[in-house]
Design a protein around this ligand. Structure first.
Ligand SMILES: NC(=O)c1ccc[n+]([C@@H]2O[C@H](COP(=O)([O-])OP(=O)(O)OC[C@H]3O[C@@H](n4cnc5c(N)ncnc54)[C@H](OP(=O)(O)O)[C@@H]3O)[C@@H](O)[C@H]2O)c1
Length: 360
């Protein structure tokens, strides 16, 4: 017995296939025994199968979960999903916050000082971060201090505020500069894996959120108008807020495969033309269309941001969703985790009808 005794029973996180033959196990044992990192990538014999082994570690048991930035869009959906999965949930907001938290959930406030966070985080198993900013060097950078306090408090899992386009894509911060703050947080978390695990949920366009912002991504539901970019047939991943919440909760339930990973999920893969068509059906009105280009959208928006007009960031995000930099069509490049996590696939027409009816 020894370090390899769990190889038959410990859950595996696999790149593509499960190599069950004894020779693989012998090699895996060798690598673990040699002290390679817990997620050491193995090249197995002549087959280029990438396998991550997590055999020498104990999976954290998560019951108590605290949501930072709990009053926001993602925070509220996350609380709902965590309660559905029977976690014990605490919500954290700033002292100045006027955010409303469900009555059944303990609501704490903090000045976000290291000492305050340390005290609040003690006894929690996981911290979900759902704070937001589009200003480079803004609120998202506070996540490092939040993560450090979590480590000091003995928290086992940290979910950083991602929930958007693929920040693991090397183009990300060149296309949307504030993403550097998200990337830096994950970089930091990777250096702390021996103390605390992380899960980064990548979900593409926040679909129902975006449809409710007049003009976001060229679509104005109330005005029944749409600007279609590059012909409108570019596929991208779109995820509703509730699905993001479910993905976070399910990731905590499935740490055997999700810990220290970017977890790629969606509600559906769509094109802009499909969305506009669904909107036309749901409203029974043919939307007035104009045409634009993704490069034009990105260049105009970048110039705005450079001139200090932060609203341009929404244009950068929309350009990324419609294909700029390849940040939002990861079902093709990375594959989706929906099935592995037990996430339902959602229906475009139903979602659009619900948004139009003001139900979402
Ligand atoms: N890809 C997309 O289309 C998309 C769309 C939306 C969001 N997202 C991502 O999802 C994440 C969450 O966004 P969201 O829309 O849920 O955020 P949000 O609703 O705008 O804000 C979330 C919470 O952050 C807290 N907050 C703001 N500034 C803070 C600061 N300086 N220090 C501490 N807390 C602060 C506020 O809580 P209190 O005031 O109550 O303390 C706020 O309720 C972000 O990473 C965002 O980039 C992606």
């Amino acid at each position: 017995m020894g370090i390899c005794s769990g190889l038959n029973s410990t859950p595996w996180s696999l790149g593509r296939s499960h190599p069950s033959n004894p020779d693989f196990k012998r090699r895996a044992c060798l690598h673990v025994t040699l002290g390679l990192s817990q997620q050491q990538k193995l090249r197995y014999s002549s087959h280029p199968v990438s396998v991550y082994i997590k055999t020498a570690m104990t999976l954290p048991a998560v019951k108590k979960v605290l949501v930072v930035g709990a009053s926001g869009n993602v925070g509220r959906s996350t609380i709902k999903a965590l309660l559905d999965e029977d976690f014990i949930v605490t919500a954290l907001t700033r002292e100045t916050s006027e955010g409303v938290i469900p009555e059944s959930v303990e609501h704490l406030k903090s000045d976000y000082s290291d000492e305050s966070l340390l005290q609040i985080f003690k006894g929690q198993d996981a911290i979900i971060c759902a704070i937001s900013s589009i200003i480079p060097g803004g609120a998202l950078t506070t996540q490092k201090a939040i993560a450090k306090a979590a480590i000091d408090a003995g928290v086992k899992v940290f979910v950083p505020s991602e929930y958007g386009v693929d920040t693991a894509n090397p183009n990300a911060s060149a296309i949307i500069p504030f993403l550097k703050d998200k990337i830096d947080v994950v970089k930091f978390l990777k250096t702390q894996e021996d103390k605390m695990s992380w899960v980064a949920v990548v979900s593409g366009s926040m679909f129902d959120w975006g449809l409710r912002i007049p003009g976001f991504g060229g679509i104005n539901v109330a005005a029944r108008t749409a600007t279609v970019f590059d012909g409108g047939d570019i596929p991208y991943e779109a995820t509703n807020l509730d699905q993001v919440g479910r993905a976070i909760a399910k990731s905590l339930k499935n740490l055997a495969i999700t810990q220290n990973q970017h977890v790629y999920i969606n509600s559906f893969t769509v094109t802009q033309n499909e969305v506009v068509e669904a909107l036309g059906r749901a409203t029974a009105v043919k939307f007035a269309l104009s045409q634009g280009t993704v490069d034009g959208l990105w260049e105009d928006s970048f110039a705005q941001v450079k001139a200090g007009m932060l609203g341009g960031t929404l244009g950068l995000i929309a350009a990324a969703i419609y294909g700029k930099g390849g940040l939002a069509h990861f079902s093709e490049t990375n594959g989706l985790w929906n099935e592995k996590l037990g996430l339902p696939q959602e229906d475009l027409a139903q979602c659009v009808e619900a948004v139009v009816a003001g139900q979402k």
